[in-house]
Design a protein around this ligand. Sequence first.
Ligand code: AMP
Length: 572
Amino acid sequence: MLEKIGEFNMEKVIDDFEAMTSDAERIQKETLKKILEQNRSAEYLQLLGLNGRTDLETFKRVVPLVTHTDLDPYIQRIADGDSSPVLTGKPITTISLSSGTTQGRSKFIPFNDELMENTMQIFQTSFAFRNREFPIGNGKALQFIYGSKQFQTKGGLAAGTATTNVYRCSKFKETMKAMQTPCCSPDEVIFGLEFHQSLYCHLLCGLLFSDEVQLVSSTFAHSIVQAFRTFELLWEELCADIRDGSLSSRITVPSIRAAMLKLLEPNPELADSVYRKCSGLSNWYGLIPALFPNAKYIYGVMTGSMELYLNKLRHYAADLPLLSADYGASEGWIAANVNPKVPTEMTTYVVLPNIGYFEFIPVRDGIDFKPVGLTEVKIGEEYEVVVTNFAGLYRYRLGDVVKVMGFHNSTPELKFLCRSNLLLTINIDKNTEKDLQISVEEAAKLLAAEKLEVVDFSSHVDLSTNPGHYVIFWELSGEASQEVLNECCNCLDKSFVDAGYRSSRKVNGIGPLELRILRKGTFQKVLNHYLAQGSAVNQFKTPRCVGVNNSKVLQILCGNVVRSFTSTAYDI
Ligand code: AMP
């Protein structure tokens, strides 16, 4: 039996989920009806001629599939202070900023109470299933989370990243408490706005509460790896702070300092214990369970573009399970990980049929087909996700590609594949984010023999040469020999198996792939660049392809190349 904790009855959450997913078709229709009823006065729907109708057939006939660009003028009017019902019946009062790391710039997205409710529903659902398999005790969560700056739009609406909008909400804290996992760090650290200082203090708080830590988490796994890479560099300083009950002079934000000093008092035993544990590790293997002996698992999004970081995370985690967090976007939540025992790379997400109306555009050979409903998808097929939500997005193409792996009751289980926009293309070649990742993973295997790894990567289509060619940027964990990197370069080139690429390479319609090795710390500079522009660390995803229009990032990458290699894989 699952126990009841506070106001949160896990058994009921699971029962509700099972009932809902067993009746997905009906729930989807009802959800659409509710969305259209609530927003019948919205100008956008009226202009399309929906005339208050709420049935699926009319909806599909009169409402077009759109992208963010189509809705941008409406969202902009809302942000500029138009409080008439533009996209929603009730005025929107908060704007979310998407991470902007996939497209190069942040987008404005409407946020409202319903999205907040959905967030709590998703958190509770996956927690109930997770806790059944990996029960945690009362304690704390070491969460590497960072609030971003909130500002007011021209029209006075509060704007911040979706994650910040969530963390700031009192319901979030209540839910975390009900799930036994309040964050180790005080609010001043989470909302400190100085990322490096907040990270240092998150680590320090984790150590101060090390015996209470039940889990280590972040929104995206990237932040956890980054945190422990930082720990490797700063652990002695952290130990000194614990020993003396003082705080490193690197922490300069007064609110963070004040909050941290309240927690600190000289604790030589703890400092000694951390020191001993760290000294006893071999190449930091098993660092996380060594520091946090009561942690039950590590939690954060680990699929899609986060897969690159899994090797490093496994190294820090040793045998501690790695559980991927749910699937969602600033535009709203989509699906929960309710099978936490499945190996991380194979994680699937079950759609919650009452949090929006979902459609799926089949993606085959790059051709767009007509969208199908949630319960009409087929196992083994790939689809682009289309969302209609409670916050003014109607038939909105999210830009993600997923694969249907099976069904949970009558609701599909999705595997996240990649962003849908093509990344690398010169002529007839088409390579997606996933193709690039596969190629990088293949080539990275050659580094394993030298005990090296790819810390992070990106790519670029270089059309300044004739013919154009692919450039792959790698930051490595150490020095690799000329010979191995030559091999890696050839392997990257060979591992793009797209027929268009191969045939173009053979006839020199595309030039030899170039592997450029970057100075250590280059991707940290890329992150800093995004942070300076107001992006949030929580939602940061390394851009996997950098175009010429993203000139600043391209400059950072090109300006930090230390060695470069040209493929001979197709030389005759
Ligand atoms: P953002 O633009 O910051 O709201 O990020 C949302 C995007 O992150 C989604 O559209 C996906 O591309 C990606 N994402 C979110 N959750 C997951 C997940 N569980 N697995 C893989 N990618 C995800």
